[in-house]
Ligand binder design. Sequence first.
Ligand code: SAM
Length: 290
Amino acid sequence: MNELSIRVRTLKIINGYDFLVKKKYGQNFLVKEEVFEKIVSAAGITGEDVVLEIGPGIGALTGYLARNAKSVIAVEIDKNLIPILEETLADHDNIEIINRDILKVDIDELVRERGIDRPLKVVANLPYYITTPIIMELLKASVKFTGMTFMVQKEVADRMQAGPRTKAYGALTLAVQYYGDVSVAAEVPPGAFIPEPEVESAVVHISMPRANPIEVRNEELLFKLIRASFNQRRKTLYNGIKNYPELNYSKEVITGNIEKLGHGPMVRGEELTLEEFAFLADYFDMESAL
Ligand code: SAM
């Protein structure tokens, strides 16, 4: 189907079902054919894969995914979209639609219940109002995804790829880079959607697991330290850790462990690489084990 017909079809569906596009759910429907192709190709989907799609909308991307994957599980919050999806996707017998809020779904349970024993990938044109919580939930799940491909605001794609000492560098950067290798597959202008979002977008692919794994003794502690450091990002690393309620270390221990990094006492969290955060977590973990 060419771009014009996807655009016309989308408008027909919206008007034909008297569907009111909901801004509160971040509904911007993708209508550019080459972008669908770029998403599927960046995701590297094969006939072996089960794909979890978040927010299928009216099902345009879902249809592309279903044609390339073994099966698709699509989680959509908006109940008014369910009858539309059932009709637009009626030709496919490898799609399961679940009418739920993805943030309330236990992803591990969802996978366990279905006995999925093959590569699992996530693909989504994400609702921009909850991009970060969704990505964090997916990364935290015990299920091991082999890749995640997302349409996000360009600013979020920049955060995922950022390096130390930049404004974009933060907890999201470190979480994504801990679990996988990030690349941008396409930049997408507002005109590729109906209705048009107010921001530029990008397709990012996170290949998982990371090619060079980060070795750390205590993953939970690593993420506590990261959150502590970026909670008050203008503060020193020392103050961030000292003031963080979930970390209870003495002044001497914190100072001693920061010193071992060789940066000096005034270093801020945003100056540390992911590897340095992992070293720091190991120093604290060894301290707790003594
Ligand atoms: N996949 C479609 C496309 O590419 O055209 C729609 C993408 S639209 C940007 C985001 C979709 O996510 C909407 O269908 C919206 O209703 C859905 N959504 C929003 N919040 C959600 C949530 N918490 N859980 C599941 N779906 C959600």
